[in-house]
Design a protein around this ligand. Structure first.
Ligand SMILES: [Mn+2]
Length: 325
């Protein structure tokens, strides 16, 4: 596909010239796509434009403070702009999304793998979050950075960086955050909500998983698991369990953390997280999966004991291979 790359200035000009703007998020929306949509919505409406946000999935209730208007057909969109969406597949299929996602005019994104589906794209893969990039666009538009806009942008910036802890965090990330704090972002309230608050079902699932904690391979590997019955009885959302996979590798001296979650069909979804120097992807690949260097996964059929021993055998092989290097 062909897209025309834009500079920050050119993107700002195109947004400024537009009206009746439909803003698209990616499916399973995260803080970055929601925060960007909210910030752009509030900035555009403050500048007298009509705008609304469309997402294939519901916006999780914890993001209600972004207070953006969802699209319900209140205007005929004359410009469609996507935020933090790397490919057409990521738009999803619900809420009339396919009516608009097949022709996207503008895209603001920070994913290296952006497929170039939009007519015009502002892409900067050095940005920690799409929100970091959108801040520059809004400045160029001379849009008012109200406390509401600042809250939205801070949401994108902080969630994509794990609260400014991941390796994508740069000096520029902190500089933008500083501007947002000056503009009135409620840092303490948002950090508590976004990073220090868990639902009771999520905490219940964590309690069960922690009770199952096991150490293997002379303590170099830690493993937790949840059966489908345990997941069901805790009442937790599958999506809410994602973050639990970082628990075993957070233990001192553990090099590989493994989390097994039984799926409704009975198979085990395996999440592998590794310390620096151990390749999670190479472990997962030998089990038919894949992923990144520090985080990877695969799916295994069979009962819990079989799934465990299959993973542990490959973890051991990888640790041994790495020791010989
Ligand atoms: Mn993002």
């Amino acid at each position: 596909m062909m897209t025309e790359p834009l500079t920050v200035q050119q993107m700002a000009q195109r947004l400024k010239a537009a009206d009746d703007i439909l803003i698209l998020c990616h499916k399973n929306p995260d803080g970055d796509t929601i925060g960007c949509a909210g910030a752009l919505y509030h900035a555009l409406t403050a500048m007298g434009r009509s705008a609304a946000v469309l997402c294939s999935d519901p916006i999780p209730p914890m993001y209600a403070y972004t207070r953006m208007q969802l699209f319900t057909g209140q205007f005929a969109p004359r410009l469609v702009a996507a935020v933090d969406v790397a490919s057409i597949q990521l738009f999803g299929e619900n809420n009339r999304m396919p009516e608009f996602s097949h022709h996207v005019n503008l895209c603001i994104d920070h994913h290296t793998g952006n497929t170039g589906y939009a007519d015009f794209t502002l892409l900067d893969s050095t940005a920690a979050a799409a929100a970091e990039l959108l801040y520059e666009v809004l400045m160029e538009m001379e849009a008012p950075i109200t406390p509401q806009v600042a809250d939205c942008l801070y949401t994108g910036l902080s969630t994509d960086t794990g609260c400014f802890r991941f390796s994508n965090t740069t000096a520029r990330t902190h500089q933008v955050a500083a501007k947002l704090i000056e503009a009135g972002a409620r840092v303490q309230e948002l950090n508590t909500l976004l990073f220090d608050t868990k639902s009771r079902p999520r905490m219940e699932a964590e309690r069960i998983a922690r009770n199952h904690l096991e150490y293997h391979l002379e303590g170099r590997c830690a493993l937790i698991y949840l059966t489908r019955d345990e997941i069901a009885s805790s009442g937790v959302d599958q999506a809410d369990l994602e973050e639990l996979t970082s628990l075993p590798v957070s233990i001192q001296d553990v090099l590989v953390g493994v989390t097994l979650r039984q799926q409704p069909g009975g198979s085990y979804r395996v999440s592998i997280r590794t310390a620096k120097g151990v390749d999670a992807c190479s472990i997962a690949r030998r089990l038919g999966g894949g992923g990144h260097a520090r985080a990877a996964g695969c799916e295994l059929l069979g009962n819990l004991e079989n799934a465990k021993s299959a993973v542990l055998a490959e973890v051991e092989a990888e640790l041994d291979a790495q020791e010989k290097e």
